[in-house]
Design a protein around this ligand. Structure first.
Ligand code: FAD
Length: 610
C-alpha cells in the first residue's frame, strides 16, 4: 500500500545545499521536509575536511549573515583556522578552517533537528510529481511540480520542491579500471531523478570530480614534514561567535618528487582520465595529480598538505594528490612521498562522474524555467564546493518559501554579494566546467569583503524574517560601536591630524591608533578591522560606488517576462536563440550573456524603448 504526506516545501538531498535550503524555508514559516537517502550523512563533507578559502570564505560569511548554518557549524567543530592571503589587501583575504569532519556533520544534523517547522526523513527519492500548465507566454513554464515519489511507493505532495542531489545522479566512481555505481565512496546512486528531469524537458550533461586518498596518521613520519600551525587568533566564521577558544591541530606539508611524476607518467594509460574511460569535464583549476604531471610537465614537484580529519580519528586527508589511478599505483605513489614511506592508505582516491542540469535552465531565483515551483541548488547546477552549494541552497530554500506567499523572490545583485555573482554567472553564462568561486569573478570585490558581509546582508535577512533576533541585535551593537569609535578617531589629533585621517596613510596601522589613545585597545577586533578597511580604502570604495551606480542606471532596465525577441528586427539568429534560452531579467544581464554583442544590446534597447 502506498503512503502519502503533504508539506509546503520538499527539499531532496541532505548535503550542503539541502540543509541550507530546508532550514531557510522552515525559518520563513513553510512546513518543510528534508528527504535524504541516509540521515547519517546529513551535512557530510564528500571531499576535503575544510570550509572556506579564498572566495569561498566570503560565501560562508554571506550565508551566515543571511542566517545560514554553515558558519555556526564550522565554528562549533573547527580544528584549525587560517585566514589565507593575509599579506594581500582585505578584498583578497579568505577565511578557512579545517573541520573535525564527523563532528561537523553531526553539528549540521543537530541544527537541522532543532529547526522548528522542519521534518528530517530518510527517503530515497525516485522521481518528481508534476502536472501540465497552460502555456501563458513565450518562455513560461510548461509544467508545475506537485511533489516527489520515494522508494516504496511513498508519495509526498508540496507546492515547491528544491532538488539538491549533488554528485548522486547516475553517478559512477572510477579507481583505475574499476568502475562502481555511486555518488560517494560507500554510497549508491539514483537514476529516477534524472529520468524525471529529462521527461520534463531539461537538458542534462556530465561532469567529473575527484578526491585523494586518506592515510593512517600513525604511519606518517612527521619528523620529515614541515608543520603548518593555525592562526594565533582564530577568526570565527559566524557573526554570532565571539571567539574560538579551542586548541588547534597543526597540518603538515610535504612535496611530490620527480620519481613520483615518472611513476604517474608510466601508468597514465591506466588513469580513467587518459584511457578514455572518463569523457566528462572536471574542474581545470583543481586538477588531479595525473593532470598536474601532464599539464605542468616542467614542474619537478607539487606541494601536498596533510590535513587531519578530526580529533578522534587518525585519518589524514592528502590535499593536492586527488587521483583516480589504480590502487597499486596509489600505494606506490604514496610510498615515494617524503615522510610517507611507511604510510598506510585507509581510503583510496577516486573520481566520480555524474549528471548535472546546465544552470541556464534556471531563473535568478533558482526556480527552473521548464517547471514552476521546482528549484535546483548545489552540485546539480554544475558547481563544485560545499560553500557554493550552501549559498545556492539558502537562496533556493528562501525563494521556495517566498513563492508560497506570492512574495517577490530574493535575488541578490553582483554589487551586493558573492552569492549574487555566483548565481548571476550560473544562470546567465551557464558552465563548461565545474564552477567554483574565485575573488576574481567579483568585479566589486573591494566592497564585498568578508568582514562586512553582515552589514551588507543581515538587514535583508531581517526584513525577510531569515535572521534570528540575536543576529539583528549584534549587528545593531556593531554599527553603534563603529560609529562611536569613528567619533573617537575624529576627535583625537596627533601633530594636528585626526587619527581618522592618519589611518588613511598606508604606513599607519590600528596599533598606532591604540598607542596614541590607549582606550581604543578595548575596541572589538572585528570593529577595528572594519574601520581600518573602510577608512583605508574609502577613496577606492567611493569610485567603486560611483561605478556601481552608473552600472545600475544602465543595467537595471527591466526586460518584461515573456518578451518577444522574435519581434526585434535585424537581431542575429544566434543572439535571439541565446536570449530566448536565458531570458535575462535586465538589460545588464543580457549584456553578460556570452556571445551577445554591443550591437545586439543596442537593438534590444531600441526595441525596449519603443
Ligand atoms: P552533496 O553534498 O553531494 O549532497 C547530496 C545529498 O543528496 C546527499 O546527502 C545524498 O545522499 C542526497 N541524495 C542524492 N540523491 C538523492 C535521492 N534521490 N533521494 C534522496 N536523497 C538523495 N568540492 C570541492 O570544493 N573541492 C573538491 O576537491 C571536491 N572534490 C570532490 C570529490 C568527490 C569524490 C566528491 C563526491 C565531491 C567533491 N567535491 C569537491 C564536491 C563537494 O562535495 C560538493 O560540491 C558538495 O558536497 C555539493 O553539495 P550538494 O549539497 O550539492 O551535494
Amino acid at each position: 500500500m502506498s503512503s502519502s504526506y503533504e508539506f509546503d516545501v520538499l527539499v531532496v538531498g541532505g548535503g550542503h545545499a539541502g540543509v541550507e535550503a530546508a532550514a531557510a524555508a522552515a525559518r520563513l514559516g513553510a512546513r518543510t521536509a528534508l528527504l535524504t537517502a541516509n540521515c547519517d550523512t546529513v551535512g557530510q563533507m564528500s571531499c576535503n575536511p575544510a570550509i572556506g578559502g579564498v572566495g569561498k570564505g566570503q560565501l560562508v560569511r554571506e550565508v551566515d549573515a543571511l542566517g545560514g548554518l554553515m558558519g555556526r557549524a564550522i565554528d562549533a567543530t573547527g580544528i584549525q583556522y587560517r585566514v589565507l592571503n593575509r599579506s594581500k589587501g582585505p578584498a583578497m583575504h579568505g577565511p578557512r578552517a579545517q573541520a573535525d569532519k564527523r563532528l561537523y556533520q553531526l553539528e549540521v544534523k543537530h541544527l537541522i533537528e532543532s529547526t522548528p517547522n522542519l521534518v528530517l526523513r530518510q527517503e530515497l527519492v525516485e522521481g518528481l510529481r508534476f502536472e501540465p500548465l497552460p502555456q501563458a507566454a513565450a518562455g513560461s513554464p510548461a509544467w508545475r511540480v506537485t511533489g516527489v515519489v520515494a522508494r516504496g511507493d511513498v508519495h509526498y505532495r508540496a507546492t515547491a520542491v528544491v532538488l539538491t542531489t549533488g554528485t548522486f545522479l547516475q553517478a559512477v566512481m572510477h579507481t583505475g579500471e574499476a568502475k562502481t555505481p555511486g555518488g560517494r565512496a560507500g554510497e549508491g546512486t539514483t537514476a529516477g531523478v534524472s529520468r524525471s528531469l529529462t521527461e520534463l524537458g531539461f537538458r542534462l550533461d556530465r561532469f567529473k570530480t575527484g578526491t585523494p586518498c586518506r592515510l593512517h596518521g600513525g604511519t606518517i613520519d612527521l619528523s620529515q614534514l614541515q608543520q603548518q600551525p593555525g592562526d594565533a587568533h582564530p577568526q570565527p566564521f559566524s557573526f554570532l561567535t565571539d571567539s574560538i577558544d579551542r586548541d588547534q591541530l597543526p597540518c603538515w606539508i610535504t612535496r611530490t618528487t620527480p620519481a613520483i611524476h615518472e611513476l604517474i607518467r608510466a601508468n597514465l594509460h591506466r588513469a580513467p582520465m587518459y584511457s578514455g574511460q572518463i569523457n566528462s569535464q572536471g574542474p581545470r583549476y583543481c586538477p588531479s595529480i595525473e593532470d598536474k604531471v601532464v599539464r605542468f610537465a616542467d614542474k619537478e614537484s607539487h606541494q601536498l598538505f596533510l590535513e587531519p580529519e578530526g580529533r578522534r580519528t587518525h585519518e589524514v586527508y592528502v590535499n593536492g594528490i586527488s587521483t583516480s589511478l589504480p590502487r597499486d599505483v596509489q600505494d606506490a605513489m604514496v610510498r615515494l612521498v617524503p615522510g610517507l614511506e611507511r604510510a598506510e592508505i585507509m581510503r583510496y582516491g577516486y573520481a566520480v562522474e555524474y549528471d548535472y542540469a546546465p544552470p541556464d535552465q534556471l531563473t535568478a531565483s533558482l526556480e527552473s524555467k521548464p517547471v514552476a515551483g521546482l528549484f535546483l541548488a548545489g552540485q546539480i547546477n554544475g558547481t563544485t564546493g560545499y560553500e557554493e552549494a550552501a549559498a545556492q541552497g539558502l537562496i533556493a530554500g528562501t525563494n521556495a518559501a517566498l513563492s508560497l506567499r506570492g512574495d517577490q523572490p530574493l535575488i541578490l545583485s553582483r554589487e551586493q554579494s558573492y552569492i549574487g555573482v555566483l548565481i548571476d554567472d550560473l544562470v546567465t553564462c551557464g558552465v563548461d566546467e565545474p564552477y567554483r568561486m574565485f575573488t576574481s569573478r567579483a568585479e566589486h570585490r573591494l566592497a564585498l569583503r568578508h568582514d562586512n558581509a553582515d552589514r551588507r546582508l543581515t538587514p535583508i535577512a531581517q526584513q525577510l524574517g531569515l535572521a534570528e533576533p540575536e543576529r539583528v541585535e549584534r549587528l545593531a551593537r556593531k554599527a553603534a560601536a563603529i560609529e562611536a569609535t569613528l567619533a573617537q578617531l575624529a576627535a583625537h589629533r596627533v601633530e594636528g591630524v585626526s587619527l581618522a585621517d592618519r589611518l588613511k596613510r598606508p604606513e599607519v596601522r590600528w596599533a598606532d591608533c591604540v598607542a596614541a589613545v590607549p582606550e581604543l585597545a578595548a575596541v572589538d577586533r572585528e570593529v577595528a578591522d572594519q574601520i581600518e578597511n573602510d577608512i583605508r580604502y574609502a577613496g577606492y570604495l567611493k569610485v567603486e560606488q560611483q561605478r556601481i551606480e552608473r552600472r545600475r542606471q544602465h543595467g537595471e532596465r527591466p526586460i518584461p517576462a515573456g518578451f518577444d525577441y522574435g519581434g526585434i528586427l535585424h537581431l542575429r539568429a544566434e543572439a535571439r536563440e541565446k536570449l530566448e534560452r536565458i531570458r535575462p531579467r535586465t538589460l545588464g544581464q543580457a549584456g553578460r550573456v556570452s556571445g551577445i554583442t554591443p550591437a545586439d544590446l543596442a537593438l534590444l534597447l531600441l526595441h525596449l524603448e519603443r
